[in-house]
Design a protein around this ligand. Structure first.
Ligand code: ZN
Length: 465
């Protein structure tokens, strides 16, 4: 299993200049390939696309053509070109005419070096450069999270004006002592959402809610900040074709930095959220995660505001991050159809009007529970590929709650759902975000609870009798 960690670089101005020189040289290699193929196209020759033939052209160009970039690094650019060329060709032959061959020049192209060409020594990395040039040692902002002997490749890249090194390592799948590993018979359902990026319902009526309010707040604040910035400088913006001032360039640099920081924050929060789901699943010995795939909603035009909300949700990223971490922990992830799970009563299987708040309460059978956990529990019962199976939820704890008519259907709240029993996970991501008070923090104390740990609680938030 290959996993990649992005580590920032701490560089002196001289090292920075050399690193950017390498990236720019890689951009030159890329542009050269485009140029050569342009000539060949005009001559009605077949384009150069195979890695081998591109390498032949590179070696024909001789040493020193691409500054300090060594041949391994230059070949990695050719590999990148060849891969994207064949990917486009494959998509085109499959009938996708919108797929285009690489045609755009890029100023900076990431460079990758494989095992044995670079050296990792604690927080220092030697980046290979062309023969005859001084060795280039750079410092990493943090330790590489993998043992040095597992590292397979490093990729130098620039994002938002900052230099990063993507360190790829071969990581073994986790092994557990017998009887303690994930059990394939134990299935948990995962509902992806905006307020709760992951809501997980486990096999024993246990649940986990991960709050995404901090991510949402980060998106909102970033948008407000960007808008304010744009308004402030709109007057100074150069016209098309006009050369920008030094001050304008400074503004652009600042905007790029802020954008990069925003992206890193969101990505970090997504990884932390997925990490807490996978650790919880390992703790619960869950062997299979059924994840509701909501990507169908992306094709629907839902208006300006909601479209933005959907893009910021980054469903595919959430799925990818969760799958990566689960596979590494030895847990299988299966995508299932999630249609209707958040609007179906799990007890009587009838359609329920979509709840406005976080609590789903059924007008037919007086069932009530946390909306996202209910959806997750329904997802757990679904099978990949097939439609929704019409079996009632077999867990005995799913007995509907019998309450006298006229009483509030608000559940005891997340403070008694197992989700909240699992420590402060719900608030883990809310650090730095707006204060998040679970509904239950205002609810009256539970009736006749003597030993809270002995109280069986189900996902619906009600104690069974
Ligand atoms: Zn019902």
């Amino acid at each position: 299993m290959h996993r990649t960690a992005r580590v920032a670089l701490r560089v002196t101005p001289g090292q920075r200049r050399r690193c950017f020189g390498l990236l720019r040289s890689a951009g030159d290699v890329w542009a050269c390939v485009l140029e050569v193929n342009g000539w060949r196209c005009r001559r009605r020759d077949a384009p150069l696309s195979g890695y081998q033939e591109l390498c032949r052209e590179l070696s024909a160009s001789g040493p020193g053509t691409f500054g300090e970039l060594d041949s391994t690094g230059a070949r990695s650019v050719l590999r990148r070109f060849s891969d994207s060329w064949f990917a486009a060709a494959k998509r085109r032959s499959a009938g996708d005419v919108s797929a285009r061959f690489p045609r755009r020049r890029r100023g900076l192209v990431p460079v990758r070096w494989y095992h044995r060409t670079f050296t990792v020594d604690g927080q220092r990395v030697r980046i290979p450069t062309a023969r005859g040039t001084a060795p280039l040692w750079v410092r990493l902002a943090r330790e590489v999270p993998y043992p040095a002997e597992q590292v397979r490749s490093v990729t130098l890249l620039c994002e938002g004006g900052r230099l990063f090194l993507d360190v790829t390592a071969e990581v073994p799948v986790a092994v557990y002592p017998p009887g303690e590993g994930p059990d394939p018979a134990r299935v948990a359902g995962v509902d992806l959402g905006i307020i709760h990026p992951y809501a997980v319902a486990g096999p024993d009526g246990e649940g986990l809610l991960v709050s995404g309010r901090a991510i949402r707040a980060e998106h909102r604040m970033h948008l407000a900040d960007t808008k304010a910035r744009r308004r402030a400088v709109a007057r100074r913006a150069p016209r098309p074709g006009q050369k920008g001032s030094r001050r304008w360039r400074q503004y652009r640099r600042r905007a790029r930095l802020v954008e990069g920081r925003h992206r890193r924050r969101v990505r970090q929060a997504q990884h932390e959220a997925a990490r807490s789901v996978v650790s919880w699943a390992v703790e619960q010995r869950v062997g299979v995660l059924h994840v509701g795939d909501p990507r169908g909603v992306l094709d629907i035009d839902a208006g300006r505001r909601h479209n933005l909300r959907l893009r910021q949700w980054q469903i595919a990223r959430l799925l990818q991050v969760l799958t990566d971490k689960a596979v590494l922990a030895g847990i299988t992830v299966r995508l299932v159809d999630e249609r209707g799970t958040s609007s179906t009563c799990p007890a009587c299987r009838r359609r329920v009007p979509k709840p406005r708040g976080r609590t789903l309460s059924c007008p037919h059978c007086r069932f009530s529970g946390h909306r996202d956990l209910v959806a997750a529990a329904s997802i757990a019962t679904r099978t990949p590929g097939g439609g929704p199976p019409w079996q009632p939820l077999c867990c005995r704890r799913w007995s509907r709650t019998v309450e006298p008519a006229g009483t509030s259907l608000v559940p005891d709240g997340p403070d008694v759902t197992p989700a909240a029993q699992h420590g402060r996970r719900e608030d883990q991501l809310a650090r730095g975000g707006p204060p998040h008070h679970p509904v239950g923090s205002r609810s009256p104390p539970r009736r006749g609870s003597t030993t809270p740990t002995a109280n069986p609680v189900n996902v619906s938030g009600h104690r069974t009798r």
